[in-house]
Design a protein around this ligand. Structure first.
Ligand code: SAJ
Length: 402
């Protein structure tokens, strides 16, 4: 069975490599010529544990990469971006519609089209199903959203339970069997509509729970209580699992998917909206706390303040919706004199970004930890350095927290 993965980004690339490494016949397609060139020259396009080895196995098993779609694939797996419109908070299905239209145009025999991209509930019926009506060839639709966690993608591709939403059980089982070539966990077969809603609900659940931790941190600061001690004790209850407060919620998923529900169900998604507001308030809260810390220690020169971490979370190189970028967007010109550094970024993203840790740490009075990259656990900081640790990752020293 020939599989054509359309969209070789953070989800499409690992998925295509895993399918090929497990013996499937795979073509990886992306419109980005530079990206396809890089893959064909043997280079992976982003940092992820185990990706390089998986890439080698996939190449050994004959995966090919192209800017063109396959004309005779039996299964197309679509993993293109599905952003939301900032104004309306509704999904922008443009990339998805273009990909499916191209498949309908090039496929010479009909196929199963699996949409892995996360979509707002109802998107497939509203935008995709009508496209198939005009086709003379037999196409089947499946929605199979992924759950892999950036930073642990390869392991989770294998070990996470999956969802396959299909109209027809026989078609659904073909796709279940395809995923079973690498997934060892349960694969639930359901309808397309349930698969759409459950995926968005999973990420919304996490966003609300992170917001609860963030709101608690503001309350405990006013109550002069250690939020981490409060969470540790509360989580000893067998049915309580409070997540960790942080400088904000980033990434292309948790900070995006809840907006689909707010945009489509504005009268009902009240708790969901408030959670988004709380999480999006954290970068400004951090700036306020930073000014407090500087005031307490008579630090006035922002050029002697360093922000560690620009990516949206630890051990990834993805900056999409990152809390640091949200923080950077609200700084005034004086505050922009702060230094920034991220060990995972090989490219310059913001003006005052240092390209070495030593240069970053030089002449610092205050260090603000925004991202808990593994690297930071092994850094020996100058004992006079004031540390404001928004991720509570630095141990065994006096420090400021959220
Ligand atoms: N964060 C906190 N506190 C926490 C946990 C996370 O502040 O206790 C922050 C992180 O620092 C980051 C953001 O939230 O800025 C999101 O990080 P994450 O690790 O919670 O989630 P993602 O976006 O990397 O991956 C999520 C996962 N979904 C769930 O955990 C329900 C992953 O399984 C999904 O596949 C992915 O979204 C996706 O692609 O939808």
């Amino acid at each position: 069975m020939l599989v054509n993965i359309v969209g070789l980004g953070y989800i499409g690339l690992p998925t295509s490599l895993m399918l090929a490494a497990k013996g499937n016949d795979v073509i990886g397609t992306d419109i980005n010529e530079e990206l396809v060139l890089k893959l064909n020259s043997g280079l992976v396009t982003f940092e992820e544990n185990g990706l390089q080895n998986l890439f080698k196995d996939a190449i050994d098993n004959g995966i090919t990469f192209s800017n063109d779609y396959s004309v005779d694939a039996d299964v197309y797996i679509v993993t293109v971006p599905t952003p939301y419109d900032i104004e309306t908070k509704k999904i922008d299905p443009t990339f998805l519609i273009d990909a499916v239209k191209t498949i309908l145009g090039v496929s010479n025999k009909g196929a199963i089209i699996v949409i892995e991209s996360t979509v707002s509930p109802g998107t497939i019926n509203k935008y995709i199903r009508p496209l198939l009506l005009d086709s003379s060839k037999k196409f089947e639709l499946v929605h199979a959203p992924e759950r892999i966690l950036p930073g642990a993608m390869i392991d989770e591709l294998i070990s996470n339970p999956r969802t396959v939403g299909a109209d027809d059980e026989e078609v659904g089982n073909i796709i279940v069997d395809l995923y079973k070539t690498f997934c060892i966990a349960d694969i639930s077969l359901t309808t397309i509509e349930v698969a759409e809603m459950s995926k968005v609900v999973e990420n919304t659940f996490r966003d609300i729970n992170i917001a609860f931790a963030n709101e608690l941190t503001k309350i405990c600061k006013k109550a002069q209580l250690d939020i981490y001690e409060v969470i540790k004790i509360a989580n000893q209850h067998p049915r309580v699992n409070i997540l960790s407060p942080g400088p904000g919620v980033g990434g292309h998923c948790i900070s995006v998917d809840p907006w689909f529900l707010v945009g489509d169900y504005p009268e009902d998604a009240n708790l969901i909206l408030q959670a988004r507001i709380v999480n999006d308030s954290m970068p400004a809260y951090v700036l306020g706390r930073l000014r407090e810390v500087m005031g307490l220690n008579q630090v006035v020169d922002f050029s002697r303040v360093g922000i560690y971490g620009i990516t949206y979370k630890e051990n990834v190189d993805d900056i999409r919706e990152s809390p640091t970028m949200q923080f950077y967007s609200i700084l005034n010109s004086e505050e922009k004199n702060m230094k920034f550094y991220d060990p995972m970024l090989k490219r310059k993203i913001i003006d005052n970004q240092m390209d070495s840790l030593d240069l970053f740490l030089e002449n610092l009075d205050v260090l603000v930890v925004f991202v808990a990259h593994d690297e930071i656990k092994n850094i020996k900081f100058n004992e006079n350095l004031i540390i404001f640790d928004t991720k509570n990752i630095i141990e065994d020293r006096v420090k400021e927290t959220l």
